[in-house]
Design a protein around this ligand. Structure first.
Ligand code: DSN
Length: 415
């Protein structure tokens, strides 16, 4: 992609776009929810479909001119069905949060009960945080990870479910490094006659590639985002059985959204097509292997990982045991100066504020896309540790930054 035209018509925006391109090229993106989509996905997302209004669904639109929008949306749906093995897929949610909103609207009344994982234990805002619509519209109770092991406390979840009698149990998390036992949570939901919504936003790609247990065909509803580990166009999706298809579709449109972002749906179709290629399975396997290698090396340096390691694409470091006077924000900021971009994150049993928490979350999907293997990820762990250990030492930041420059030159991003 070039910015030739925009450079001529709006040099100010072009300058920012070029700066962002350089930023991504010259830094290591280790925010666990980020990835680098292909140039084909980006082309699709900047296509003429951005001009189109296609309220409704393929073959049943409220506007004319939807012939190609229909074809592309149907392709995205069919490819998603093949990737995840779902009976019914809605690819219109603008994001993972919008996908969750769609499912809640399809099955809940205001005031109904949701049981979900606490945000500081790895949950997500849209699972019922008081600052989010879900926490304001529904009655929320939360379960936690076990304080000793860092794994979901499945027994505690059983007990809370029995007492709270939820209408919905939400599984699937945004800062949880371990494999989720969806069948175990389904058994809990069955025991209390609740729906089970599995939010696989972070692990859509891992599930599609078969490197993480799938909740499809287990949970009543599966929601996700489409631009994280699956590396397709920006947005969300919902999967469910045919018996819920009409309710889900009308909850997305007209329930919570108007016209679908057809250019992003084109990006989803392209990215899903790429993920159907066997090389994507290797990518997903490598993403997990890289996270394990990264975690292993951080542990060797004496850092404390929540749950002791990882089964997926991310590790969560609790800085308190090894560096009690260093906060996640300090580390995030120092690493950004050194060219490594990740985010400060709350940890189970958090004692600081969410704005300056005690942990950092580190993901490998984007580095794996750049071609990093386990050896290079181990070296990145060394660099991260150097900065964690001396976040205010300018010489350390400069040394790490120089090595990051070499790595980004070696593992190039876009041509
Ligand atoms: N904000 C995303 C994340 O970083 O996990 C999820 O929506």
């Amino acid at each position: 992609m070039t910015y030739d035209t925009i450079r001529e018509t709006d040099s100010t925006v072009a300058e920012f776009l070029e700066a962002e391109r350089a930023r991504q090229d010259e830094t290591l993106a280790m925010i666990a929810s980020e990835n680098h989509v292909s140039e084909s996905v980006m082309e699709a997302q900047s296509s003429e479909l951005t001009n189109n209004y296609a309220e409704g669904y393929p073959g049943e639109r409220y506007y004319g001119g939807c012939e190609y929008a229909d074809a592309i949306e149907q392709l995205a749906i069919d490819r998603a069905k093949e990737l995840w093995g779902a009976d019914h897929v809605n690819v219109q949610p603008h994001s993972g949060s919008q996908a969750n909103m769609g499912v809640y609207l399809a099955i809940l009344e205001p005031g109904d009960k949701i049981l979900s994982l606490d945000l500081t234990h790895g949950g997500h805002l849209s699972h019922g945080h008081p600052a989010n619509f879900a926490g304001q519209v529904y009655d929320i109770e939360q379960y936690e990870v076990d304080s000793e092991t860092g794994y979901v406390d499945y027994e505690g979840l059983d007990e809370t479910a029995k007492k709270f009698e939820p209408d919905v149990i939400v599984s699937g998390y945004s800062a949880y490094p371990r494999e989720v036992n969806f069948e175990r949570i389904q058994a809990t939901a069955d025991a209390v006659d609740a729906y089970h919504v599995a939010d696989i936003a972070h692990i859509t790609g891992l599930v599609a590639a078969g490197v993480h247990e799938s909740p499809v065909g287990v949970a009543d509803f599966v929601t996700g985002s489409t631009h994280k580990t699956i590396r397709a166009g920006r947005g969300g999706l919902i999967m469910c059985g045919e018996e819920h298809a009409d309710d889900v579709d009308s909850a997305v449109f007209p329930g919570t959204q108007g016209g679908p972002a057809m250019h992003n749906i084109a990006g989803k179709a392209v990215g899903f097509g790429e993920a159907l290629d066997p090389s994507f399975d290797e990518y997903a396997e490598q993403t997990v292997a890289n996270a394990k290698a990264l975690g292993h090396r951080l542990r060797e340096h004496g850092l404390d990982l929540v749950s002791g390691g990882t089964d997926n694409h991310l590790v969560l470091v609790d800085l308190r045991p090894s560096h009690p006077n260093t906060t996640g924000k300090e580390v995030e900021s120092a690493l950004e100066d050194a060219g490594i971009v990740l985010n400060a994150n709350t940890v189970p049993g958090e004692t600081r504020s969410p704005f300056n928490p005690s942990g950092i979350r580190i993901g490998t999907p984007a580095l794996t896309t750049r071609g990093f293997g386990e050896g290079a990820c181990g070296e990145v762990a060394d660099l991260i540790y150097e900065v964690v250990d001396a976040p205010h030492d300018e010489a350390v930041i400069a040394d790490v930054s120089a090595r990051v420059d070499e790595l980004t030159d070696e593992y190039t991003l876009y041509d």
